[in-house]
Design a protein around this ligand. Structure first.
Ligand SMILES: *Cc1c(COP(=O)(O)O)cnc(C)c1O
Length: 505
């Protein structure tokens, strides 16, 4: 008996929803009209007569099954380890989701008057206070909707501060120093806020080159520095205090990209290191889910000196009442509608409260321990470009595997066949063929060992059968994609009678 194409297999052969369409099928019923039919009210020239050609006609069960099947093609944090370096893909507990869905929070309209939204304002206020304590920086705005927007807010604060301090002369101070290992958003944020970027070299140890930093400061015009700590190769900038001193004595301010705070929370505070402004990623360090461009929250935290420039409105507390302060004449203004992405704040506060101070510290220590465990177990097989002990993420390169023509991309794709989401690859740019692996605290020893085994097996395959790796992944519905073509010539629209993507794929 030959097996026909099985359309209900959970992972294979799922056509487009359009191709499931059968004339006359419906998935819902509208209630009876209790108003006049539109023809009588709306002039004919404004009504459409194309019968919504092309909209799929499917039943409810067709829709549910179609999207449920597709959802199983995706790798997710609920399925397994997601070691994307720099992204901190940690497990988000169900409790965080539960409290974010409480009716009083989830259904509250952003225009609800202060007196009727005291609970939500209190939540914002408490989170501000906790983040101030965690970072050692007392001024906090939760408005920015992403890390990159938090960065932009932060450099705008620096600019507003310099303009107020130096008046006209501040126009001479428009250089932002950024290490060559920085996340791409750093130079972009600096440029958006009107700064020119100069790049600081990294040393062979993977740290900021202090001599080059001094040299650049001597050239003058320095508004500040934007650096990441631990930096993007996962190493703690041990000269951080000195970096801050050099920048401050050159008249500039220090911005820290806090996307890597998962290595510091509960252990060390940027404010104590001399940092003036930082952004956090609640959708990394504080567990709220991210990926696919969903809502984020990138709080901006600053020193008392910079507080007056923070976005409006600010949530403040007088006695036991919470209120919104719009009267901040030196503020850079709003950066986001209303208060930012409130649901993210609820999740982050739930994360903080369920951990407590000790729990936060333990999470940090575990995330560093996990990364160091991987670094230690893999260093004899994969080239480790820096000797220093890593913090919460471990970096390797493809140097040992290129001997047989195998590159980082092949290794990453092969990991999919072993059931793992690949790590971050080819970032940061300072390491050729980088693999940045961040296990986070959410994985146990058994999963770490399974990952190590997979990486070792892949190394063995690279020696014995490189073609196997070039052809990976083989266990997925679609194999190696031409990602450049997919990005440059995306097929985003289904057209009737045209050979569809699912058939050509
Ligand atoms: C993720 C990340 C950012 C940007 O955060 P978004 O929320 O994606 O805008 C900035 N810097 C570093 C180091 C990051 O890892």
């Amino acid at each position: 008996m030959s097996i026909k194409k099985v359309t209900s297999h959970p992972t294979q052969n799922e056509n487009l929803i359009f191709e499931r369409s059968q004339t006359g099928r419906i998935g819902y019923r509208l209630p009876k009209l209790d108003v006049p039919e539109t023809q009588d009210v709306i002039p004919a020239e404004f009504t459409r007569d194309d019968d919504l050609d092309g909209v799929p006609e499917v039943s409810e069960v067709d829709v549910v099954r179609h999207f449920t099947r597709m959802s199983t093609w995706n790798y997710s944090i609920d399925l397994g380890m997601y070691p994307l370096g720099s992204c901190t893909m940690k497990y988000n507990s169900r409790l965080n989701e539960k409290v974010a869905r409480l009716g009083g929070f989830a259904n509250l309209h952003p225009l609800t008057p202060e007196e009727e939204s005291q609970g939500a304002l209190e939540l914002i206020y408490r989170l501000q206070e906790d983040l101030a304590e965690i970072t050692g920086l007392p001024g906090v705005s939760l408005q920015p909707a992403a890390g990159a927007q938090g960065e932009m807010t932060g450099v705008m604060l620096i600019r507003a501060f310099l303009d107020k301090r130096d008046g006209e002369a501040s126009h001479e101070r428009r250089v932002m120093l950024i290490p060559d290992s920085a996340h791409g958003t750093n130079p972009a944020s600096a440029a958006l806020a009107g700064f020119t970027v100069k790049s600081i070299r990294s040393t062979a140890e993977g740290l900021t080159d202090m001599d080059h930093l001094r040299e650049l400061c001597n050239e003058g015009g320095v508004a500040g520095v934007m650096f990441t700590n631990p930096n993007t190769v996962g190493i703690f900038e041990k000269n951080i205090k000195e970096i801050c001193e050099i920048i401050h004595s050159a008249g500039g301010l220090v911005y820290m990209d806090g996307a890597n705070m998962n290595a510091l929370v509960g252990v060390a505070r940027p404010g104590d290191m001399g940092v003036d402004v930082i952004h956090l990623n609640l959708h990394k360090t504080f567990s709220t889910p991210h990926g696919g461009g969903g809502p984020g929250c990138g709080p901006c935290c600053c020193t008392a000196e910079l507080r007056e420039f923070l976005p409006t409105p600010r949530v403040e507390k007088t006695g036991d009442r919470y209120h919104l302060n719009y009267d901040l004449p030196d503020s850079i203004g709003r950066v986001k509608a209303y208060f930012g992405n409130f649901g993210m704040m609820v999740r982050a506060l739930a994360y903080i409260y369920t951990h407590g101070a000790e729990g936060l510290q333990e999470a940090t220590e575990t995330s560093v321990l996990n990364a160091r465990y991987l670094a230690e177990k893999l260093k004899d097989v994969y080239h480790k470009p820096f000797d220093s002990d890593c913090m919460h993420e471990a970096i390797f390169s493809h140097k040992n595997q290129t001997v047989t023509g195998v590159h980082t991309l092949d290794i990453a794709k092969r990991l999919i066949d072993y059931g793992f989401h690949p790590p971050t690859i080819y970032f940061p740019l300072v390491v050729d063929g980088a693999m940045l692996i961040e296990p986070t605290e959410s994985v146990g020893r058994a999963d770490l060992d399974a990952f190590v085994e997979a990486m070792k097996d892949i190394d063995a395959e690279a020696k014995e059968n490189p073609q196997l790796l070039h052809d990976a992944p083989q266990s997925t519905r679609i194999g190696r994609l031409d990602e450049a073509a997919a990005a440059r010539k995306p097929v985003l629209r289904w057209k009737k009678d045209i050979d569809t993507m699912s058939k050509s794929a």
